[in-house]
Design a protein around this ligand. Structure first.
Ligand code: GDP
Ligand code: CA
Length: 317
């Protein structure tokens, strides 16, 4: 079993490559749920759905999230009643949220519904929400407000300055069934090039997760989401400084610290390899911009080969 810790788009682009290297049934993905929110009475899980739509080949290629060939009839009609529609929910996408919400009301767990949704889209990778409990990433802004992650990022377009990030509800949350086993019993544990703060960071904030990643016998190999000091997309560059981390390929590796056995940086950051070696981190440089699925597959192959090599040398154990 290959296990991947994942946020949304960056992880989905990587997983599209990974499933070209190994049978999808051998891949378990532990997914962030800190971005989840309730809109119009429906439970929306952006990262789980982004990964599902990408792996099903149904993602909108321009936005890189949501469904291709989408319409927004329901959102337009909701505006008639004066509802806020700052969070875009297309008609096709709404069916996913309707199904999920109905099943949760019937007493199904988020893990169960996630498996059903994946199966309905023909996705055979095992997708596990990191927890079935309700958690939410909260953002503290420098004007003293406490916002849900989506209020900060979507409604306010990521404009406020951030002073702190926390996962509300984490203290009461338990890892979903299979999550700790997926981390502890993996052959290789991969950290997707996802947001280190609000995707990987929120996964690690669920009690038991950080400890499992630290203790797993699997080599832990991560891919940098930062290329040449910039994000490919998203707001990690605005959040890392709030945690005292540098916005660079090395900065993210140092932020993960002891958890990592190896770190893949982009060729553009090749100088980070030597810098990190000086700090005891094994780093490699490779093309990591995954606009092309073949590049994603080669990157995934490099992660797997690196993990296999570390395993042979007894690293991680
Ligand atoms: P989100 O939930 O959609 O924000 O997605 P993630 O948490 O997966 O992370 C977005 C992160 O993925 C950002 O920091 C991006 O810089 C990174 N990312 C997206 N696409 C790529 C890519 O092709 N290569 C690399 N190296 N990073 C990427
Ligand atoms: Ca996300």
């Amino acid at each position: 079993m290959i296990t991947v810790l994942a946020g949304g788009v960056g992880a989905a682009r990587f997983l599209r490559g990974l499933v070209r290297c190994v049978p999808p049934e051998e891949v378990t993905v532990v997914v962030n749920v800190g971005d989840d929110l309730e809109r119009h009475g429906l439970r929306v899980c952006p990262d789980l759905d982004t990964i599902t739509y990408w792996l099903a080949g149904l993602v909108d290629p321009d936005r890189q999230w949501g469904r291709a060939d989408e319409r927004h009839t329901v959102a337009e009609e909701l505006r008639r009643f004066g509802h806020d529609t700052w969070f875009t929910l297309g008609d096709r996408d709404l069916a996913t949220h309707l199904h999920r919400t109905m099943r949760l009301h019937q007493g199904a767990t988020l893990s169960e519904v996630t498996a059903e949704v994946a199966a309905a889209f023909g996705v055979t990778v095992r997708l596990l929400p990191v927890t079935d409990d309700e958690v939410a990433t909260r953002i503290t802004t420098d004007d003293g407000r406490d916002l849900h992650f989506q209020e900060y990022w979507v409604r306010e377009r990521g404009e406020p300055n951030v002073t702190a990030v926390r996962l509300a509800g984490a203290d009461r949350a338990r890892p979903a069934p299979g999550v700790l086993e997926a981390v502890l019993d993996a052959e290789a544990l991969l950290l997707a090039p996802s947001n280190p703060v609000v995707s990987i960071g929120t996964i690690l904030a669920v009690p038991g997760l950080r400890d499992a990643v630290a203790r797993t016998a699997a080599p832990v190999v991560g891919v940098s989401p930062i290329i040449s000091g910039s994000v490919v997309r998203g707001m990690a560059d605005r959040l890392l400084p709030a945690l005292g981390a540098e916005v660079s390929a090395s900065g993210v590796a140092e932020h993960y610290g002891e958890l990592l056995d190896a770190w893949i940086v982009d060729d553009a950051d090749a100088e980070a390899v030597e810098h990190l070696a000086g700090r005891g981190v094994t780093a490699l440089a490779a093309p990591t911009l995954m606009d092309d699925p073949l590049v994603a597959a080669e990157l995934a192959r490099l992660c797997l080969d690196t993990a296999a090599d570390l395993r042979r040398r007894g690293v991680g154990a």
